[in-house]
Design a protein around this ligand. Structure first.
Ligand SMILES: C[S@@+](CC[C@H](N)C(=O)[O-])C[C@H]1O[C@@H](n2cnc3c(N)ncnc32)[C@H](O)[C@@H]1O
Length: 275
């Protein structure tokens, strides 16, 4: 593994691997990302698919999909995530559905043959940690290569306008550093992710343009968290006003594919079909 950003990403995630297991279930704000993603997986996945969960971390989606009857290969950069996944898989008794657990980078999926999977996932932003642009292209080519003809590919990434929307509440120090902030706005680049890591924030136009050049049909784009400016405010709202929260979620379900919501969400997902 030669790439500097990949090394830093690995270091940043291995520091607190269990937090990645907790992330999507820890509060109402984070649950929106998980529930919205699952809703779209359920909408499109053929029954009993063979799925690659690339950048699958400690396996939240792998386990959920295994429970639905799919067969899954879990793939991630960080061995600590995969160790947690092994324990959780045993606890949830889905060992027979998890066909393999493989360590590596999405920029090199050579462990898998061409046209292997019915569905390929790259969820929660693994692609946002890949730099430079040529490496992101490489990763996308790999995700498409291992997908069968007609397979669905789901990729979710961090959003530029989503992060900018959250800046006044969440990132005063980073905005205070003018050069860094300007670079984030013009190029979507954050070299200070979790201290010294790398994160690329996408616009939906940019994400769609990458896939438009590949042999795929673009199915849909989704804003995963919807109109949220701060996790704290959302969690407070959900806890204090459960009835209002239920109404909010029902509306989120209706508007999450609106192009404005796609760009303003913290994470956006693109769903494509390999031609
Ligand atoms: C925010 S987590 C999302 C994990 C999981 N997909 C989810 O949504 O819960 C991002 C994941 O991407 C993985 N990752 C980052 N860069 C990667 C790379 N180059 N190759 C494979 N995985 C990578 C990290 O180890 C981490 O598990």
């Amino acid at each position: 593994m030669k790439n500097k950003e990949v090394k830093l990403t690995k270091k940043n995630y291995e520091k607190d691997a269990i937090q990645e297991w907790n992330r999507l279930a820890k509060d109402p704000f984070h649950k929106i990302e998980f529930d919205t993603t699952i809703k779209f997986l359920k909408k499109y996945l053929p029954k009993k698919s063979f799925i690659l969960d690339a950048g699958g971390g400690p396996g939240r989606y792998s386990i959920e999909l295994a429970k639905m009857g799919h067969k899954v290969v879990l793939f991630d950069l960080v061995p600590e995530h995969l160790e947690i996944a092994k324990k959780k898989i045993r606890k949830e008794k889905v060992q027979t559905k998890i066909k393999d657990i493989v360590e590596g980078s999405i920029t090199d999926l050579s462990k898998f043959e061409n046209n292997s999977f019915d569905v390929v996932l790259c969820l929660g932003g693994p692609l946002s940690h890949v730099n430079p642009e040529s490496e992101r292209q490489k990763a996308i080519n790999e995700l498409l290569r291992v997908a069968k003809k007609g397979a669905l590919i789901f990729v979710s990434v961090m959003s530029k306008y989503g992060v900018l929307l959250a800046t006044p509440l969440g990132w005063p120090q980073e905005v205070g550093y003018k050069k860094h902030f300007e670079n984030l706005v013009s190029n979507g680049e954050d070299y200070k992710w979790r201290g010294d890591g790398y994160c690329h924030y996408f616009t939906s136009t940019e994400l769609e343009a990458i896939f438009a050049k590949k042999a795929v049909q673009i199915i849909e784009k989704v804003g995963l968290e919807g109109l949220n400016v701060s996790p704290e405010a959302t969690n407070d709202f959900a806890k204090k006003y459960p009835k209002a929260w239920k109404n909010w979620l029902a509306i989120h379900d209706k508007i999450c594919t609106d192009p404005v919501i796609v760009d303003l969400s913290g994470h956006m997902m693109i769903i494509v079909k390999k031609k």
